[in-house]
Ligand binder design. Structure first.
Ligand SMILES: Cc1cc2nc3c(=O)[nH]c(=O)nc-3n(C[C@H](O)[C@H](O)[C@H](O)COP(=O)(O)O)c2cc1C
Length: 169
């Protein structure tokens, strides 16, 4: 799949077969995450790969919009290290760029994936940090839920010329 096809056909997939994805597929997705741009090239991202059923269930218990996680069989939590990037807005931006790369990589592999937000919701960040034993200086930003898909979604064309401005608003 070429890059424009991947961008234009990616959709959030929330229904999974329950079959687990391979270590090789996980590595390919992680590598795509590492390749994302990074402000000042600080590379402040850390990744926690979740496959333990109990951990997946525990997250689904407190994250109301990640109920699909246990059935997907894998989640990758993208975290930002505040010591490596003290400018908080850049830290979050770096993690989000990484998440989008990972979603596209998963799609390119024929897998289903969805971005589950964590930052800035305190009620999600706190239990996530506790459950995953994150050090104080590490912020959980978002989670890529990924697995073998049980649904396919039609691409959506969201191009909207009314939102495009040339040279000034
Ligand atoms: C910051 C962020 C947080 C999101 N959090 C969730 C979430 O917790 N659970 C979920 O199912 N989808 C989540 N999504 C996915 C959006 O719902 C989805 O991208 C949007 O509905 C558009 O659909 P599409 O991805 O298929 O184009 C999130 C997306 C973003 C960018």
């Amino acid at each position: 799949m070429d890059v424009l096809e991947a961008i234009n056909t990616r959709r959030s997939i929330r229904k999974f077969t329950g079959e687990v994805i391979s270590d090789e597929e996980i590595k390919t997705i992680l590598k795509a995450g590492f390749q994302a741009p990074s402000a000042h090239n600080r590379q402040p991202r850390e990744y926690i790969v979740l496959r333990d059923k109990e951990v997946l269930e525990a997250i689904a218990d407190f994250h109301q919009y990640a109920k699909m996680l246990p059935k997907a069989g894998c989640g990758i939590v993208v975290c930002g290290d505040k010591k490596l990037q003290p400018i908080f807005g850049f830290l979050i931006s770096d993690c989000c760029a990484s998440i989008e790369n990972m979603l596209l990589a998963a799609h390119g592999l024929g897998l289903g994936a969805v971005w589950c937000g964590v930052y800035p919701m305190e009620e999600l960040m706190k239990p996530m940090a506790e459950l995953l034993n994150l050090p104080e200086h590490v912020v959980p930003v978002g989670m890529v839920v990924v697995g073998k898909k049980e649904e396919d979604k039609e691409p959506k064309d969201r191009y909207d010329e009314t939102k495009i401005h040339f040279d000034s608003w």
